[in-house]
Design a binder for this molecule. Sequence first.
Ligand code: ADP
Length: 463
Amino acid sequence: AGRWAKAMAILQELEDKCGTSIGKLRQVADAMTVEMHAGLASEGGSKLKMIISYVDNLPTGDERGSFYALDLGGTNFRVLRVLLGGKDKRVVKQEFEEVSIPPDLMIGTSDALFDFIAEALKKFVDTEEEDFHLSHGRQRELGFTFSFPVKQTSIASGTLVKWTKGFSIEDAVGQDIVAELTKSLERVGLDMRVAALVNDTIGTLAGGRYDNPDVIAAVILGTGTNAAYVERAHAIPKWQGLLPKSGEMVINMEWGNFRSSHLPLTEYDQAMDVESLNPGEQIFEKIISGMYLGEILRRVLCRMADEAAFFGDTVPPKLKIPFILRTPHMSAMHHDTSSDLKVVGSKLKDILEISNTSLKTRKVIVELCEIISIRGARLAAAGILGILKKLGRDTVKEGEKQSSVIALDGGLYEHYSKFSNALESTLKDTSRLRIRSNGSSSRNGVINSLRSYGAMDQLCTGF
Ligand code: ADP
């Protein structure tokens, strides 16, 4: 009985520390707005890098032609080609392939990683059918979606600031990523020009705008998390160049690196951060995104096993292995609707080699999933509210017709429905806006060499 009480105390403490009252979320949203201003004011002015993307025009839907794209940003990379047919025909044809990145290449050398990618791209290009062929003498162009912090120097060049999400390739930091890829393309003998370097958030923003002119921001919730939005060029004090004709500039926020004293952090988050590849960085990402949610759960379970003998007298050895419990496992347990929680039971057995768990124990685990994932979802909603506030779109004036659409993408958002539902309902509760989510489950294509794929969703606010 003492053990169970101890376990309940740990559960209760977690719940308290992860609290995200509406008041707290408003503080987080306001802090996000403040940091956005600071990051736009000067280079290094904020934890939010607010990177100028050099994208000052987004697609209209009139685009025509055949385009290639490469997406590198997590555990997989994707190669894609698309045939755009203009206003009426839209995406005529689209083909893509996904390749997982061997773990040793994620911590190896720049050459090894980019040669591997160039090789895969070459194989893909070799399968091109006639309808994609360009007119004679034209070089194929590639849009490169690269989802790590890059200091952009033009639309098609940028230096890598740092790695995140488990990547650590020292010799690539500070290098021009497009030059690195171009060298590899030459080495494998693929004749292709990198026409644009963008972040996946910007790809999602462009893809969203291709479908809906009211899209003003994009949020990625996948292995990591990030956001991009359309800013008025004159509201970017650190921008030294000419004002773009459109008067607009897309900003890559790198919001994963946001932190604030208002964020509800626990001892588990702190310990995970200290032991991570990038301690002190990407704090917002570490409490929201898919790479980390399962790991936070594992850490809570570890403490319960250790201090409350939650799984018997000893701590199950597998439970001590960092990152063994992945967010998709957590999601499967969280969504278990069976009366005896058999999915929870089987995940514990298959992944952690913990058998014969009682229903009571399983129920506690579902509660832990709820606490950890809902905190993440509500904080992501607060981040979105921060963007809307920055743009003065968090309220709509009497009689005004204004629609703001947020494009959302990423495996976490796409597959963890309790997470996405909580995000949407939190946005409803914190903003006085009407929110619709049109779960367009179509795969979206490449637009102007800027792309997004995956089942992108659009969250609309306004009237
Ligand atoms: P990436 O962010 O790696 O480029 P994705 O956007 O596809 O790619 O996101 C993949 C991430 O989504 C995984 O790392 C995982 O954390 C999360 N994810 C995938 N499937 C699920 C699932 N069923 N439930 C919860 N999270 C999931």
